[in-house]
Design a protein around this ligand. Sequence first.
Ligand SMILES: Nc1ncnc2c1ncn2[C@@H]1O[C@H](COP(=O)(O)OP(=O)(O)OP(=O)(O)O)[C@@H](O)[C@H]1O
Length: 579
Amino acid sequence: MMMKIQKTFALSEQGANDLIKGCAACALHNVALIFPVWLLYALVKDLMGGGGEAGRAAFYSAACLACVAFILATYRFQYNATFLATYVESGVRRIAVAERLRKIPLAFFGKRDLADLTSVIMADCTSLEEAFSHFIPELLGAIASTLLVGAGLLTVDWRMALAALWVAPAAFAVVGFSAKVQKRLNERQMSAKMACADGIQECIEAARDLKANNSEVAYLEGLDKKIKEVESRAVISEFGTAAFVVSASLILKLGIATTALVGALLLVDGRLDLLTFFMFLLVASRIYDPLQGALQNLAVIVAVRTNIARMNEILYHPVQSGESGLTNKGCDIVFDRVGFAYDGGRTVLEDISFTARQGEVTALVGPSGGGKTTVSRLAARFWDVDRGKISVGGMDISQADPEELLSLYAIVFQEVTLFDNTVMENIRVGRKDASDEEVLAAGRLANCERFVERLPQGWQSRIGENGCALSGGERQRISIARAFLKDAPIILLDEATASLDVENETQIQGALSRLIKDKTVLVIAHRMRTVAGADKIVVLAEGRVAEQGSPAELIKARGLYWRMTSLQSRGGRWSLRSA
Ligand SMILES: Nc1ncnc2c1ncn2[C@@H]1O[C@H](COP(=O)(O)OP(=O)(O)OP(=O)(O)O)[C@@H](O)[C@H]1O
């Protein structure tokens, strides 16, 4: 039961408990608001009964005070159980989503883009916060209190109770139908919003290319269309909600009319006393207030189902798991008949087998799209393979805890991610507990010193969002410094020296030679001269190993590697000149 509530509303165990408490608190508060009606009924009955005066004033004054105290106490309980609990839960939910994202395989991120994920963590969480602090407990509480008071009315006079209560199932039927329609409208509104957010993000990211290609106007016209689509979807959705809410409210109002009509008929027939008639009229005018109030927020409540579905997609997405405690003996990486497809799509790797030995540099080369990047990412279990096995020092990496496994790797990506922090802290990402001296030493080894000296505060200079104040080569040197600092036994280099000038590249190559001593190095390189000194070369073409061996062996074999080497040495003499 608890698990079902957790899943239905994307809540933690504590959140599910708090939701139950919140609903109970709202129901109790609604019932408390009916108490004065009962008190009034009792007073009028007492007065009409003509009983003695003694103690009556004192009794009703005390009862009035008790009523006020009860209402205030239930209000306080409601406040604590809804508002306070919701904000605590909201924090827990954001952390849970972020924590899950950390463990979800990277394949998931291919399906969901950044705008979408940011929207789940920020906008969806805020919508749920709003819904759970007010609307959902109020609606569920209103349903519970209506049922409770309805049951009480049935014990007083079933005919009058039915006259007052028949409207409730009718209104619920309208709301139920509306929920189905609203769900569809909401999904369309949400996808229009996502398309618009993606468009805006893409527009900002691609501003430079759009300008360079003179295509800003055409692009912005497309974006305008997306913004208008969001607007029209929002209007349709609002209109749909309003139509259903007004219908349900009108039906509820009919309850007073039927109570008056049935009551009048029974009164004329002498089958109902005036006092009970009066009490039913009073209760019928109040009983639906909480329900009507809750219905005003029906749109948010229905929309929340879409938010919850998006959130659950993350919260219940299978994570990569594995046994704690690495069991590798050494760090030879062995690919054994590995097959892989991104997200169940086209096969991009087929029957890949090779060994990257510890203490050797193994270079992955081959035509663009051949699978080099995919192989190097699979080696660190960014994804799990579909067929075959990858092992490190005899340990099947698909059985190892992914986070522990990554402690064996230092990775230098082609695309470097930097943080809006100082140079020092950006290097320290390689190893959080490194001392300042160690960070500086790593920075110097990666040849960062020369550009850092020119920065206003040296190593303590902030480098802007994603290192926007640095050149491509400088960013890459920071990334290499991180690898130095981490000093892991396996090094994955992805075109690590691609953005460096010749002088820098030579220096970095020297530093890399020191870094990779006795380590397992898997390097992806497009330039053949970068890998000429490798111990082993694996040539990947169309997702298969075309050939493998030492550079000398492959040159002798006069295969693909030889052709690529000859082409590039001819390319070295290439110059830009008009035809
Ligand atoms: N995230 C992804 N989702 C789906 N397909 C992908 C993804 N990344 C790469 N691919 C496809 O997998 C194949 C191998 O790509 P990969 O990036 O591994 O090649 P590569 O040899 O590193 O290419 P390049 O030298 O151009 O970087 C390509 O056909 C590519 O289109």
